[in-house]
Design a protein around this ligand. Sequence first.
Ligand code: KG4
Ligand code: ZN
Length: 335
Amino acid sequence: MKNKYYILGIESSCDDTAISIIDDEDNLLFDLRYSQTKTHEKFGGIVPEIASREHIKSIFKLIDKCKRDLPHVWEEIVAVAVTYKPGLIGSLLIGLEVGKTLAYIKKIPIIPIDHLKSHIYSVFLEKKIPFPFISLIISGGHTIFAKVDDFENIKLLGQTRDDAVGEAYDKVAKFLNLGYPGGPVIDKIYQEYDGTYIDLPFPLKNAPFEFSFSGLKTAVINLVRGKKLTEEFKKQIAASFQHKIIEIFSYRIKEVRKKYPNLPIVIGGGVSANKGLRKKLSRFKNLFFPSLKYATDNAAMVAGLGKWYFERKKNLIFPFQEDFFKLNAKARTDL
Ligand code: KG4
Ligand code: ZN
């Protein structure tokens, strides 16, 4: 019989603090996240210094709860997977240092996790997709097409030249005074809207794997200039913005399919929670979205990818190795 084991996942790269435990059979035994949205809402965006302080407040509460709920499992954790890049340095450091300390005390390895790779992995929490596949990561910080041969061999095909799509959502929502984060608010308006759409530009239409969202954002800002911003007009702009975003991704997916007709397409990242986008892309076969709870930042995808490495004995850093003390947070990815 196989030995039972448990992997702890820690995520603190941005404004969610999350802890998860996965077992050797892919069961998620614990999966909890504290969102800081309410704290940052009043500032219209994430304040990095406040984010770090909130992580410090939440992380021990989560660990405490996990230990109380699953005391025996906690004792048998065999590795700690933790997000160490990319993200806000102050935020990453909290999760990383707590993770390293736990690993040090328990004398078990740490598994450093790239946040983008964990977003790619999120679909695998419920369905194992055969390699190779095309990944589309759409989040607050990234918009990337990549070819994934496995989680250690990922080739970047193209990315945004300026803003990430989630960033464009957040900026447009802020400009229209709709609140933070922008994605869910604009998505809700889009669901309820039944008027006409204003035509917005499709930047870089002829660059197959690339994106540009800052021009779209500027077009929205220009629409408003010199006009009265009524509630109705706001809704029309927000809905038109999402309408164009959906058109852009739909078009891009079609092009990618032409180029790689046999490869599955796996979507991940916070914007993949978008209901309008999910509905529109559902007509594509062999295309996978994570469940809503695994689309935005979470620790389940970190623990899951950690398990993938653990099974293959890859990227394990033990407390007696020099690299353990050198392991540091990084703002950027080198995917
Ligand atoms: O992956 P994520 O949780 O954090 C990063 O790694 O960036 O993504 C956060 C982004 C934010 O920009 C947020 O506005 C966007 O995901 N988002 C959405 C939706 N829910 C979250 N965008 C569009 N529609 C949504 N329903
Ligand atoms: Zn993310």
